[in-house]
Design a protein around this ligand. Structure first.
Ligand SMILES: [Zn+2]
Length: 116
């Protein structure tokens, strides 16, 4: 619930030509290449690193802090303009594979999801 401030100032040293997007987790603007695009596919928030999914996308830093913050704030629901429950497990799995610094929240506490 409480979101710690995340200093992303280092990103400003990157190329200024890259498009900038806003992370739905920490609300920090960052270069698109430093953010993970996520797409909504049949109610599931899925990572879209190749940006191959059409339609609405959202961007988030592929870090535990930003992904969990986005989930806690239901930021994906707002980003995708949907009020229904979203299943972020694919995104969590994707990001946790890249960020093993801390244990992630348990993923089995979503009774709405029976897929997989
Ligand atoms: Zn972020």
């Amino acid at each position: 619930m409480n979101i710690q401030g995340v200093d992303r100032s280092a990103a400003s040293a990157r190329s200024p030509r890259l498009p900038v997007r806003t992370c739905v987790g920490c609300r920090t603007r960052d270069h698109q290449g430093d953010l993970l695009r996520v797409a909504l596919v049949t109610g599931r928030v899925v990572p879209d690193p190749e940006r191959g999914h059409s339609g609405r996308g959202a961007y988030v830093h592929p870090s535990r802090e930003c992904v969990t913050a986005a989930i806690a704030r239901k930021a994906f629901g707002r980003a995708f303009r949907t009020g229904g429950p979203l299943d972020p497990r694919d995104l969590v799995a994707f990001c946790s594979a890249n960020d093993r610094t801390e244990s992630w929240e348990r993923r089995d506490d979503n009774p709405m999801s029976s897929q997989r």
